[in-house]
Design a protein around this ligand. Structure first.
Ligand SMILES: C[S@@+](CC[C@H](N)C(=O)[O-])C[C@H]1O[C@@H](n2cnc3c(N)ncnc32)[C@H](O)[C@@H]1O
Length: 345
């Protein structure tokens, strides 16, 4: 066999613990390596290529599903919430699931279909939840009995350096949940005027150093183009005033702001929230998980507005936070906030 014909061997990692995403092939194949996956979970980490559903019990309680109901998961992700909710509406109920991510959506759909529920009880759409009302006009004209939205990015998106969401590993500075549409973050960063960049960092991440960082990043990009995640992280750290505490927190906030911008996340969320009461059947329930103040503020105001004008009969009196046990088992739940509302009957 010639060198060219020989099958390529999987890259092995040196040592006992794989560090790079592509080396974590055992974690990414739970069917073959269940024991390894269980070990990673038990250590409080999320295995590569997996997402742990956040506040699963609380979401289930809030939505109070009954057999035969129609439930919408507006952010399917790995399908953790969806699988649980699908089981809760059996027998006779339906799940309508949405996500914009063309990479993860087919895998999540396959996982849902493998759960053994009737095929016709699962409907999966690659759609932005901003268009949920239009979708339900044909899928569930009388409205959904329950809707869940678990905002932001999934662990699969976050952990895969090729998607450009993480600054822990080098990858293209992309940050799009749907890499087939829109502008990647490196292109936005190359073109955005300094003033707009400062506004973006302030508005999308409440970044206290927005002006300083915008200046530093504009200077850095004039020296050389910023096209990868680690180049951006380095440029952010270099732009910080000396003695800045917790530089990684600032890096995380800048990545968050760029992610919100390239995915137009707030416009989608606002449209979703505006149309939400019309998407619910009378008495229908909605649960929304948020992960930063910009999201939570919007949900809180929309729910309060809906209560005032009578479209909602009841809303969460206060935000619900993950339990201490969940925080211990899954640190990624730390910033989660859950709010719910019930449509008027
Ligand atoms: C936090 S994850 C959801 C995880 C999921 N609840 C689970 O248990 O596996 C968020 C998902 O929402 C998707 N998403 C974000 N914004 C969206 C939008 N506007 N429309 C549809 N999907 C969106 C992302 O692509 C991602 O897969």
């Amino acid at each position: 066999m010639s060198e060219a014909e020989r099958p390529r061997r999987r890259r092995r990692y040196a040592g006992t613990h794989p560090r790079r995403f592509e080396e974590k092939y055992k974690e990414r194949d739970p069917a073959r390596y269940g024991e390894e996956v269980a070990k990673v979970l038990a250590s409080g980490k999320t295995p590569a290529g997996m997402h742990r559903p956040i506040m699963l019990r609380e979401v289930r309680e809030v939505l109070a599903l009954k057999p035969g109901e129609t439930v919408v998961d507006a952010t399917l992700g790995y399908g953790g919430h969806a699988g649980d909710l699908l089981a809760a509406v059996q027998p006779g109920g339906r799940l309508i699931a949405l996500d914009v991510d063309p990479v993860e959506l087919p895998k999540a759909e396959a996982r849902l279909r493998a759960l053994g529920f009737p095929d016709e009880s699962i409907r999966v759409h690659r759609t932005n939840f901003a268009g949920l009302a239009r979708l339900l006009a044909t899928e569930a004209p009388a409205g959904a009995h329950a809707i869940v939205a678990d905002l932001g990015v999934s662990s699969m998106q976050l952990d895969d350096p090729a998607r450009g969401f993480t600054f822990k590993d080098d990858g293209p500075l992309d940050l799009r949940m749907n890499p087939e549409r829109g502008t990647p973050a490196h292109a936005l960063l190359a073109a955005v005027p300094e003033k707009d960049l400062a506004r973006l960092l302030n508005d999308y991440s409440d970044e206290p150093l927005a002006t300083v960082l915008a200046r530093g990043l504009v200077e850095a990009r004039a020296r050389s183009r910023i096209t990868t995640t680690t180049q951006l992280a380095r440029a952010i750290r270099a732009a910080l005033p000396p003695g800045q505490q917790e530089p990684d927190t600032v890096v995380r906030r800048v990545f968050q702001a760029l992610r919100i911008a390239v995915n137009d996340e707030f416009a989608a969320l606002e449209m979703f929230l505006r149309r939400l009461p019309a998407c619910l059947a009378p008495g229908g329930r909605v649960a929304i998980l948020t992960f930063h103040s910009g999201e939570d503020r919007r949900v809180k105001h929309a729910f309060r507005g809906g209560l005032m004008d009578g479209r909602y009969a009841e809303i969460a009196p206060e935000v619900i936070r993950p339990s201490t046990e969940e925080l211990r088992a899954n640190p990624r739940a730390s910033s989660a906030k859950l709010r719910w509302a019930r449509a008027a009957s």
